[in-house]
Design a protein around this ligand. Structure first.
Ligand code: AMP
Ligand code: ZN
Length: 113
């Protein structure tokens, strides 16, 4: 499949891996927007949050549990962080493989633009 993140999971495109298990893969964003900027993605190709159903949505809970682990490892659990999913064109989604941005290590503005 011609999907950038599927290629990263397969190891065909290099990435800075932070965490991996049977279900998810996490790696550093190539254009970090904060001192910690990690992408957490399901190994299963799901195009966007629009494709989540009762059958596959349990992966999202697992992703948040993995995020909590990563936050501790990265030293941002106490300071806090933001987890973001961009969905579709108006949401700013550029890679059509479901992913969650984990941003931390600095104070983040709200609301986003
Ligand atoms: P989004 O705009 O929500 O679809 O986010 C896509 C993210 O993927 C952006 O933050 C990009 O910087 C990031 N990205 C694109 N290509 C790569 C890559 N090869 N390795 C790591 N991150 C990437
Ligand atoms: Zn994919």
């Amino acid at each position: 499949m011609n999907c950038l993140f599927c290629k990263i999971i397969a190891g065909d495109i290099p990435s800075a891996k932070v965490y991996e298990d049977d279900l998810v893969y996490a790696f550093r964003d190539i254009e970090p927007q904060a001192p910690v900027h990690i992408l957490i993605i399901p190994k299963e190709h799901i195009s966007s949050a629009n494709e989540l159903t009762d059958e596959n949505a349990s992966i999202v809970g697992h992703i948040f549990a993995v995020a909590a682990k990563i936050a501790k490892d990265e030293g941002i659990a106490d300071g806090g962080y933001r987890i973001v999913n961009n969905c579709g064109d108006d949401g700013g989604q550029t890679v059509k493989h479901l992913h969650f941005h984990m941003l931390g290590g600095r104070s983040l503005a709200w609301p986003p633009g």
